[in-house]
Design a protein around this ligand. Sequence first.
Ligand code: E4P
Length: 217
Amino acid sequence: MKFFVDTAEIDAIAELNDLGMVDGVTTNPSLILKSGRDILEVTKEICDLVDGPVSAEVVATEADDMIAEGRKLAKIAPNIAVKVPLTWAGLKTCKTLSDEGQMVNVTLCFSVNQAILAAKAGATFISPFIGRLDDINLDGMELIADIRQVYDNYGFETEILAASIRTVNHVTDSARIGADVITAPPGVIKKLADHPLTDKGLESFLSDWAKTGQKIL
Ligand code: E4P
């Protein structure tokens, strides 16, 4: 399973990247706003830091403008994945750019039917949003499972990029289902290391070690 980091914060990406935890990065207009950085500058820095795909999102809503924005974003670096919303204009953009050999991430996916359309339009990644479905009392994880089944039924090669991940359980469940990639905020990725029994076990080992009076160094 590949791990993408869902942020435009350079320091957070660098910290996880140094540990080999970063297979790619996803950004969106809200994350660019949060970073306070210029989109072209910060995206270039991320692309220089990370080897894998870096998603940069278009903001136009008409296909011609989206395609032009996508081509401009694609020029930032070879590892850019142009991110487009799952609208008809976004699908047209996806088809045009993917035919040109460009990686495309189709985002804001909330149904299996949308995921089928993205695959047929040549998407490299489909991003179903788990947390935002859970927020309205629907089941985000069920959507990941349904897309997995349908893509496997027909051999679609588009990678399922489980997005809008809010909890460590979203990561576990995505892995069980067989999502190709998860994208999660740095905080969620770091929390994957936590377990109360690890903390408790370490506390007792250290307490016993102190009683031995020994030192390793
Ligand atoms: C995915 O690419 C999106 O950037 C992201 O996962 C959205 O997450 P949110 O619903 O927590 O904003």
